[in-house]
Design a protein around this ligand. Structure first.
Ligand SMILES: *Cc1c(COP(=O)(O)O)cnc(C)c1O
Length: 350
């Protein structure tokens, strides 16, 4: 019963088979192989727009490199205070951007809104005494399991563009957002004003499956240099390209995300029915945040379940009693349904 993260599971068999299949003969290296080229073409097809796509090995590298193409070293990048780029990447975006300031903002129920951005921008009117507002970055689906809808993204884009800021989206769990909303990938990216995205697939079935995708292709001009300097141009690049092709082929990426999202709904419903657990944020993708009695938490761990306690920032201390804990559950395409049901029966028993 492992709900610690979606990266605790392995590689989807179809992606592993694609790695094996690509392990034949010789190909050009350093991104000039046919797999990498076809992966970029396939991403253009999926997004219904000619994109530039650069394969990298981690989501952290994708975020830092993407942001480095959007901000000068003296710029500011606004994001949610729970964003991976703000708190989970050990200043990697600051390093890749050469010193830009990543500013985490408090959201409303796990999301940023136009008034939040407008308010903070009012504090950035002193010219060169402040860093230059350069980019806005949102995560979809978010670190708190929420999803941004097309209109919400468009509204944020309008604010960003009014200050000539670029707009980035961290899509480590992008498939879960697309599957949850039932929209087309274009609807929550370039059609809503996103200029560049970190497109993640590792958590949803890949081994090393991340790409920086430019919808505004002019911004990709020097990206080959950035990726190389960042140590993210891998020589046997075919093994990244083949993963991306298998991930997108036949909609595997969305099938996987639908399974994970469906399991999250199943788990959330059962937790609520138990009447012993509160779920303060809507469950929209593949993550659940829940408040439970500490005694129950300890019992579940002792029974072999894995899940993490989470920071209280979004809940505030008032939202939780002394003898309660706040926890996160993440579901994967590979989470056995039987594990969800077994966990729920343990919760019921108390
Ligand atoms: C996991 C994750 C990443 C990337 O993580 P890596 O461990 O560097 O691959 C980026 N953003 C979000 C929101 C994530 O959840």
């Amino acid at each position: 019963m492992n709900f610690a993260s979606d990266n605790v599971y392995g590689i989807h068999p179809k992606i592993l088979a694609a790695i094996e299949a690509a392990n034949q003969g010789t190909t050009p290296s350093y991104g000039y192989d046919d797999y990498s080229k076809r992966a970029e073409d396939k991403l253009s097809e999926v997004f219904e727009k000619e994109v530039r796509a650069f394969l990298v090995t981690t989501g952290t590298a994708a975020n830092g490199l993407a942001l480095s193409a959007l901000t000068p070293s003296y710029g500011a990048v606004f994001t949610h205070n729970e964003a991976h780029s703000a708190i989970d990447e050990c200043n990697s975006p600051e390093m890749f951007t050469g010193g830009a300031k990543i500013i985490g903002l408090e959201g409303v129920e796990g999301k940023l809104t136009p008034p939040i951005i407008e308010k903070v921008l009012k504090g950035f009117l002193r010219g060169e005494h402040d860093p230059k507002p350069a980019a806005l970055s949102i995560t979809n689906s978010t670190e708190l399991g929420r999803v941004y809808k097309p209109d919400e993204i468009k509204a944020l884009s309008t604010v960003a563009k009014s200050r000539k800021m670029k707009f980035h989206t961290d899509g480590a769990r992008f498939a879960n957002a697309v599957a949850a909303l039932g929209v087309k990938p274009a609807d929550i990216t370039w059609k809503a004003g996103i200029d560049v995205m970190s497109f993640g697939g590792t958590k949803n079935g890949g081994m090393l499956l991340e790409a920086v995708v430019f919808f505004d292709t002019a911004l990709a001009e020097d990206f080959l240099y950035r990726r190389m300097r960042g140590g993210q141009l891998i020589s046997k690049s075919r093994f990244l390209g083949t993963q991306m092709l298998a991930y997108l082929e036949g909609g595997l990426w969305l099938d996987n995300a639908r399974i994970a999202n469906g399991l999250a709904q199943r788990l959330a419903k059962g937790l609520l029915q138990s009447n012993r657990i509160r779920i303060p944020l809507p469950v929209e993708a593949n993550e659940i945040f829940a408040v439970m009695p500490l005694a129950l938490h300890d019992k579940l761990l002792a029974a072999g379940a894995h899940f993490h306690q989470w920071g209280l920032d979004i809940l505030g201390r008032d939202g939780i009693a002394e003898d309660e804990v706040f926890c996160r559950f993440v579901l994967s395409f590979a989470t056995p349904e039987a594990d969800v049901d077994r966990f729920l029966s343990l919760v019921k028993q108390g």
